[in-house]
Design a protein around this ligand. Structure first.
Ligand code: SAH
Length: 230
């Protein structure tokens, strides 16, 4: 494969291709994907591949998601300025930053800004994300929590949107209860470690959920109470 490692050139090409393929559609999502510097979230040794549309290693066998996956999930989430969002699986902090650019853009006054809460179970990744997000001025718009995200984060619930960026064997019940009525969740569901169904959940009322598979995907496994046990 030919790789042009000039990051601004390949960034434009990736975004253009995702628009042509119909994965990226909404102007605010496109703007966020252009704004957030993925090269600042990948490890030093992978910087030249930052705008190659593939997952890249972070620490402890974990990855930063592929660009099209972040774009696709952000489109499915139907994010709006002011939303309170919960992410399970902070990793590098990249995906959280793209969401902050949509729900809490810099050019909106503070009282209208939304907020991103993001949970990570591995301490080294919490530290990595904290460094990345504070260096890039996201600290006031994103709160990083070191805990088991399969239990959600009741302290700031309910959420307008929830995304799970690790593969889950089931929808963790705490996440269903921490979603607002009218809220949406995107979660990869599957029993195999190498294939899941990306699933869109809409909370119609306290006990009524519309659940729809939207396509195949591959994520690292969710751990914790409602994750994979091994
Ligand atoms: N969104 C990330 C990539 C996620 S990779 C990014 O933009 O870089 C999946 C992450 O989920 C891994 O970092 C993994 O450690 C984390 N994870 C797995 N199980 C978890 C759990 N129960 N709670 C919180 N984080 C979890």
């Amino acid at each position: 494969m030919y790789l042009n490692t000039n990051s601004s050139y390949t960034k434009e090409r990736v975004i253009k291709r995702l628009v042509e393929e119909g994965i990226l559609k909404s102007p605010h999502v496109i703007r966020a994907m252009i704004k957030v510097p993925r090269e600042q979230f990948v490890l030093q040794e992978y910087k030249k591949y930052a705008w190659v549309d593939t997952p890249l290693p972070t620490f402890k066998g974990q990855t930063i998601s592929a660009i099209h996956m972040v774009a696709w999930m952000n489109e499915l989430l139907d994010l709006k300025v002011g939303h309170k969002v919960l992410e399970i699986g902070t990793g590098s902090g990249y995906h959280a930053a793209t969401i902050a650019e949509i729900v809490a853009p810099e050019d909106v006054s503070d009282d209208l800004k939304g907020h991103v809460y993001t949970i990570e179970i591995i301490k080294e990744l919490v530290e990595l994300a904290k460094q990345n997000l504070s260096r890039l001025n996201y600290s006031t718009r994103i709160t990083i929590i070191h805990s088991d995200g399969s239990l959600g984060y009741p302290e700031a619930a309910p959420y307008d949107r929830i995304l799970v960026t690790a593969a889950a064997p089931q929808i963790p019940p705490p996440l269903l209860s921490q979603l607002k009525i009218g809220g949406k969740m995107v979660i990869p569901l599957g029993t195999w470690s190498f294939y899941q169904e990306l699933t869109l959940v809409e909370k119609k009322s306290e006990n009524d959920f519309k659940i729809k598979s939207v396509g195949g995907c591959v994520f690292v496994p969710l751990k914790g109470e409602y994750g994979f046990k091994n």
